[in-house]
Design a protein around this ligand. Structure first.
Ligand SMILES: *Cc1c(COP(=O)(O)O)cnc(C)c1O
Ligand code: SF4
Length: 335
């Protein structure tokens, strides 16, 4: 008799974990023993941008604490539907910047490829929460125009895979894409912007390590962790494997009120990152996307935090505080 077992075994573990991510606000509140009074607002806010969080990330949250810094990043709140002047749907002006379908070419020598709209986690502060992925994504069947653009512009030395989360692509699709990029002679570096190694470290498996080891391009992986408690043992082990495989590891964070807006928290994050061979890269001021105003840290406070951080850490562990400004040729440093 034919059973489905052998087929199930072929689905990588990370994809099975992803399939079990929490989508239902009631389930999240139950798992964390939180007040059901939070539910109606969570349900309403989740209608415009659904809840999504892998169980392994939920396991790093404190039970019974509605202000837990990891929970705050993912729990839909009533505050999201209060309109706040200055908070808009496309704060970084990306939708107007496409050089080819799915290609953002704003900076010299680097082009960013939006390869999927899918993420393993939905971050409430994300500036892409309103991005029209369905219209924009260079998806598997239509990567051709994006690849043709990259091949035609010899000034591009680095391709950045972004999204969504590029590591949400299946190994097969990622493999096809990497092979195609590897064949473009003027490309030197492949950069991947991904939150998966942090929220779903199972993604860093033998197959992924092999894919990255096979290519000629030098690879850089920019992870996204905001709080030291995101860096548990499984995450550290996954990152160490990537580092051992020769991947350069960087981290970017967003400065978020109630999550990481103290020098002590950021110092601890830098220490935890470095212990896993990751260098702090950027600390972003919030992009003013609709629904995220309650996360904003004012410039003056951000600068004061940075001043303290510089006193507490070696210079190489201090991330660069930057803001994304439409029309600028690079991220804008903030002091
Ligand atoms: C942020 C960004 C980059 C990368 O900038 P770096 O300063 O090199 O990290 C590249 N392209 C786009 C469109 C970006 O938004
Ligand atoms: S793009 Fe990054 S920050 Fe935005 S929801 Fe996805 S993982 Fe979170």
């Amino acid at each position: 008799m034919i059973t489905v077992k052998p087929i199930l075994r072929q689905v990588p573990r990370w994809q099975r974990e992803l399939a079990h991510a929490i989508h239902d606000p009631a389930e999240l509140l139950r798992a964390l023993e939180l007040d059901p009074a939070l539910l109606p607002a969570a349900r309403t806010a989740a209608k415009s941008f659904p809840l999504r969080v892998p169980l392994g990330f939920v396991a790093r949250m404190r039970k019974g604490d509605p202000d837990d810094p990891l929970l705050r990043q993912v729990l839909p709140l009533a505050a999201e539907f209060e309109p706040v002047p200055g908070f808009v749907s496309d704060p970084v002006g990306d939708q107007a910047m496409q050089a080819a379908p799915g290609v953002l070419h704003k900076y010299q020598g680097r082009a960013l490829l939006i390869v999927t709209g899918v993420c393993a986690v939905h971050c409430r502060y994300c500036f892409r929460r309103e991005f029209p992925y369905a219209e924009v994504c260079a998806d598997a069947d239509s990567w051709q125009p994006a690849l043709a653009y990259l091949a035609s512009d010899t000034s591009i030395r680095e391709v950045i895979l972004s999204g969504g989360d590029p590591l949400a692509l299946s190994d097969r699709r990622l493999g096809v894409l990497l092979a195609a990029l590897d064949r473009i002679p003027h490309l030197k570096r492949l950069r991947i912007h991904s939150r998966l190694p942090v929220v779903l470290p199972e993604r860093v498996d033998e197959v992924l390590l092999k894919l990255l080891a096979q290519i000629r391009l030098q690879s850089v992986l920019v992870i996204h962790a905001n709080h030291p408690r995101e860096m548990d043992e499984a995450v550290q082990a996954a990152l160490m494997q990537l580092a051992t495989a020769g991947v350069t590891l960087l981290n970017q964070s967003v400065l978020l009120r109630g999550v990481n807006d103290t020098a002590a928290t950021l110092a601890e994050l830098s220490e935890a990152l470095f212990a896993a061979r990751v260098m702090p890269y950027y600390l972003y001021l919030l992009d003013r996307v609709r629904g995220s105003a309650h996360f904003e840290v004012k410039d003056a406070k951000a600068s004061a935090i940075m001043k303290k951080l510089r006193q507490q850490l070696p210079g190489y562990l201090v991330p660069r505080l930057v803001r994304e400004q439409p029309g600028q040729p690079a991220k804008t440093p903030v002091w």
